[in-house]
Design a protein around this ligand. Structure first.
Ligand code: NAP
Length: 484
C-alpha cells in the first residue's frame, strides 16, 4: 500500500504522568505506531515527566516494556523500537514542588511545536499550568492536552476551565474524548455531509427514532471504588454518548473547521430537553456464580451508583422535534459494542398483498468492535412464491469495501495526538460544550439523589434491566439487539 501519511511538524511533547497507566497503555504505544508510519519527525522528542526517580535510560526501559505489552503487532519490530526509544527523554518533576522544572525548561526546544499532555489527576492541572508559566516553559503558542474526566459536575468543570483559562487561551486547550478520534465517528460526518442521499431524510419527517448503545462486557473490577464515585451517567453519557448524539443531530457547519463544527455541537446540547424521571432507567449488575455483583465490586453494599443507564431524550429544534433519541450504556452486558442506529419511519402503506410487516430502513453505524455501517433495505425474497418482502443489510464494513487501505485505521489516541501537533481542535471538546453537557446532566443526577432512586438489578450477560426494555416497548418500539 502506498503510504498516505504526511509527517507533522517537528515537536517536543511533554507527557506529565508519563509513567502512568494511560501513558504506558495508550499514549506511548500510539506514538510508537505513528513513529513507525513515518508521521513523527526523527528530530521530535517525547519527554516523560513524573515524580518517579528515573533517568532517561530507565524511562526508555519502562516504555520498552509497555510497548511489548500493549504495542500490538508492531511490538515485534526491534529496530523500530530502538529508534523510537532514542527519541524519548525523562525529567523528574513534582507538579506540586519546584524540583525538575528548570531542567525541563532547558530541555525544551522553543523553536518547534510544544505540547504538554496532562495525563495526571485533574487536581494537578492547576499546579502544572502555573509552574509551566512560572518557569517560562509554556508560551502563547504552546498546547495543553487534558484527559477525562473533565469535572464531575458543572461547578467542578467551570472551576477546571477557569484554572486552565488563567494561563491558556481556549485555542491552546485540547480536551480529549477518545470517542471523537475513532475512524467511524469522523466517517459519520463524511456520510452525513458528503452525500446527497442521507441529508434530505435526516429529520423528523423521515426518522422515527435514533438509538445510541455503548455496551461493555467487562465490569468495574479493580476500579470499583473509583468508578463508584462517577457511575455510567458521568463516566459515559455526559461525554462519549453526548458527543455521538451531537454528531448525529447537529446541523451542517458552514465549513469543516474546528469552531464551526463545535458551534453546531453546542447548539444540540443546548437544545436537549430535561429528561423526565420515567424516561430513565438505571441499573446495577447482579452477582452471577462466582462473579461479584456491582455492589461487591464497588466495595459498598449500599451504593446507589449505576453501572447501566438507559434514557429517552428529545432535542427541541425544527429538525428533531418529536423524534426520540434512546441512549443506553452499561457494564457486564451481553456483548461489547458501540452502535448508532438511525431508524427511519415505515412507509405507512404497502402495495404488496399480504405484506403486513412494518419494513424500515435502518442506518446502523458501528464504532466497535468492527468499524463499519449497514443500511437495512427491503427487497423481494428470492425465489418463487410471489412478492414476499424481506429486510436485508447492505453491508459497508470498511475492511471489505476498502481492501488493504482499511487496515490503515488509526487508533483514536494516535489520531488525536497528531491533531494536537497539527493544531487542529475539531475533534476536541470546547470548554463551553463541556459545561453545557454538565448543565444538562446535573439535574438528572440531582433528581436521583433527591428521590433516593435505587438502580434496578440486571443479570450479567443480559441487555440490562427489564425496565429498560419497557422504555421503548411502551412506545411500540424495540431496542436493537446488543451484538458484538
Ligand atoms: P495513573 O496510572 O495513576 O498515573 C498517574 C501519573 O501521574 C503517574 O505517572 C504519576 O507518576 C503521575 N503523578 C502523580 N502525582 C504527580 C505529581 N504530584 N507530579 C507529577 N506527576 C505526578 O493514572 P492514569 O490511569 O494514567 O490516568 C491519568 C489521567 O488520565 C487521569 O486524569 C485519568 O482520569 C485519565 N484517564 C485515564 C484512563 C486510563 O485508561 N488509564 C482513561 C481515560 C482517562 P509518579 O507517581 O511517578 O509521580
Amino acid at each position: 500500500m502506498v503510504s498516505r501519511v504526511i509527517p507533522v511538524e517537528d515537536f517536543d511533547l511533554v507527557i506529565f504522568g508519563g509513567t502512568g497507566d494511560l501513558a504506558r497503555r495508550k499514549i506511548l504505544p500510539g506514538l510508537f505506531r505513528r513513529f513507525l508510519s513515518g508521521q513523527m519527525p526523527e528530530t521530535s522528542r517525547i519527554i516523560g515527566a513524573a515524580r518517579s526517580d528515573l533517568d532517561t535510560d530507565g524511562y526508555r526501559q519502562l516504555i520498552r516494556e509497555a510497548i511489548a505489552e500493549f504495542g500490538g503487532e508492531e511490538s515485534s519490530d526491534a529496530e523500530g523500537i530502538d529508534a523510537f526509544l532514542g527519541q524519548l527523554h525523562y525529567v523528574t518533576v513534582d507538579a506540586k514542588g519546584d524540583g525538575g522544572w528548570s531542567e525541563l525548561h532547558d530541555l525544551i526546544r522553543f523553536e518547534v511545536v510544544n505540547a504538554f499532555y496532562f495525563s495526571v489527576a485533574p487536581s494537578l492541572f492547576g499546579d502544572l499550568a502555573e509552574r509551566l508559566h512560572t518557569y517560562k516553559i509554556a508560551d502563547a503558542d504552546s498546547r495543553v492536552v487534558v484527559e477525562k474526566p473533565f469535572g464531575r459536575d458543572l461547578a467542578s468543570a467551570k472551576a477546571l476551565n477557569a484554572t486552565l483559562a488563567e494561563h491558556f487561551d481556549e485555542s491552546q486547550v485540547y480536551r480529549i474524548d477518545h470517542y471523537l478520534g475513532k475512524e467511524t465517528v469522523q466517517n459519520l460526518m463524511a456520510v452525513r455531509f458528503g452525500n446527497m442521499l442521507f441529508e434530505p431524510l435526516w429529520n423528523n419527517h423521515y426518522v422515527d427514532h435514533i438509538e445510541i448503545t455503548v455496551a461493555e462486557t467487562v465490569g468495574v473490577g479493580g476500579r470499583g471504588s473509583y468508578y463508584d464515585k462517577s457511575g455510567a451517567m458521568r463516566d459515559m453519557v455526559q461525554n462519549h454518548l453526548m458527543q455521538l448524539l451531537c454528531l448525529i443531530a447537529m446541523e451542517a457547519p458552514s465549513e469543516f473547521e474546528s469552531d464551526a463544527v463545535r458551534d453546531e455541537k453546542l447548539k444540540v446540547i443546548r437544545a436537549l430537553q430535561p429528561v423526565e424521571p420515567h424516561h430513565i432507567v438505571r441499573g446495577q449488575y447482579d452477582a452471577k456464580g462466582d462473579e461479584p455483583s456491582y455492589r461487591q465490586d464497588a466495595e459498598d453494599p449500599r451504593t446507589f451508583t449505576e453501572s447501566f443507564v438507559a434514557m429517552r431524550c428529545e432535542i427541541a429544534n425544527w429538525r428533531w422535534a418529536g423524534v426520540p433519541f434512546y441512549l443506553r450504556t452499561g457494564k457486564k452486558l451481553k456483548a461489547r459494542t458501540s452502535e448508532i442506529a438511525v431508524v427511519f419511519k415505515d412507509l405507512g402503506h404497502s402495495i404488496f398483498p399480504g405484506d403486513e410487516k412494518r419494513h424500515r430502513n435502518i442506518l446502523a453505524i458501528q464504532l466497535q468492535p468492527n468499524e463499519g455501517m449497514q443500511l437495512q433495505v427491503t427487497i423481494k425474497e428470492p425465489g418463487p412464491g410471489g412478492m414476499r418482502l424481506v429486510d436485508v443489510p447492505l453491508d459497508m464494513t470498511f475492511a471489505e469495501a476498502l481492501g488493504p487501505d482499511a487496515e490503515d485505521v488509526t487508533d483514536a489516541y494516535e489520531r488525536l495526538i497528531m491533531d494536537v501537533i497539527r493544531g487542529n481542535q475539531t475533534l476536541f471538546m470546547r470548554g463551553d460544550e463541556v459545561e453545557a453537557a454538565w448543565a444538562w446532566t446535573d439535574p438528572i443526577i440531582e433528581g436521583w439523589q433527591a428521590r433516593h432512586d435505587v438502580p434496578k438489578l440486571y443479570d450479567q450477560g443480559s441487555s440490562g434491566p427489564e425496565d429498560a426494555m419497557a422504555l421503548m416497548h411502551r412506545e411500540g418500539r424495540k431496542w436493537r439487539e446488543i451484538k458484538g
